[in-house]
Design a protein around this ligand. Structure first.
Ligand code: ADP
Ligand code: ADP
Length: 222
């Protein structure tokens, strides 16, 4: 479903040029759970942001469902970003003065064709899926780290994405909560066929996934 061909990403600042990714070739198939490991600075976050169409490569081609992303109009791109892709981050990225339910509902506001009732329903279903239907009126500060990450996962799920891109989703959690979040991601992949690409520093988590890709210095090494 997602193909990277000869991807290069060079960051250019006034005086320095950083090669973050160097000739990366990678295919993510529908329904896969792939983990990506590698030392800090090797290009993992850059890779995820390119996969999520949040940034553009300086070389190479990204294809989604066999079609080069460069051939999409801005409108089509926005649609793919909103409908196909869900993001989860290490630091949750929740809005602290919105309730759990409002946090989950927020991205749906940018979706054409959903009534407010449908938005609410979808958000509630997503919270049920992550086991948080009893916490919809809480605020993020009233939740544990693991629960906050569940809210973030529900927010991604509410959009019914085909692929979830997770940047160290368990990085800020203790091992018990980390395990729980990992189990949740595994079950989404197994039961709903959601494709997951996860960056992690945790070998234990990575070995639970069906494919492990290692990066070093901007390139895939295994
Ligand atoms: P990782 O996620 O593996 O830690 P990153 O993708 O964040 O690696 O970074 C890869 C390299 O690109 C690093 O050398 C980093 O400093 C550099 N880099 C990342 N983002 C930028 C940016 N916006 N501008 C300049 N350099 C960047
Ligand atoms: P994480 O490792 O949690 O993914 P990072 O600290 O690597 O986060 O990067 C956070 C943000 O800062 C990213 O969006 C990345 O593109 C940007 N960034 C990373 N390194 C640099 C850099 N050297 N110069 C400018 N921006 C950078």
């Amino acid at each position: 479903m997602l193909q990277l061909r000869d991807i290069e990403k060079v960051y250019q600042t006034d005086t320095i040029e950083t090669v973050a990714l160097n000739r990366v070739n990678l295919t993510i198939n529908k329904g896969e759970f792939v983990s990506i490991m590698g030392p800090s600075g090797c290009g993992k976050s850059t890779l995820l942001s390119l996969m999520g169409l949040l940034d553009e490569p300086t070389g190479g081609v990204i294809e989604i469902d066999g079609r080069a992303v460069t051939s999409y109009s801005d409108k089509e791109l926005a649609r793919v970003r909103n409908h196909k892709i869900g993001f989860i981050f290490q630091s949750f990225h929740l809005i602290n003065d919105l309730s759990v339910l409002d946090n989950v509902e927020l991205p749906l506001l940018y979706r054409a064709g959903l009534s407010s009732k449908e938005r609410r329903q979808r958000a509630q279903q997503a919270l049920e899926r992550v086991g948080l239907s009893a916490r919809t009126r809480h605020f993020p500060s009233q939740l544990s780290g693991g629960q906050r990450q569940r809210v973030a996962i529900a927010r991604a799920l509410a959009g019914a994405p085909e692929i979830i891109l997770a940047d160290e989703p368990t990085g800020n959690l203790d091992s018990v909560m980390g395990e729980e979040i990992m189990e949740l991601l595994l079950s989404l992949n197994r039961d709903q066929g959601t494709t997951v690409v996860m960056v992690t520093h945790d070998e234990n988590m990575a070995h639970k996934t069906e494919r492990l890709i290692r990066f070093f210095d901007g390139s895939q090494v295994s």
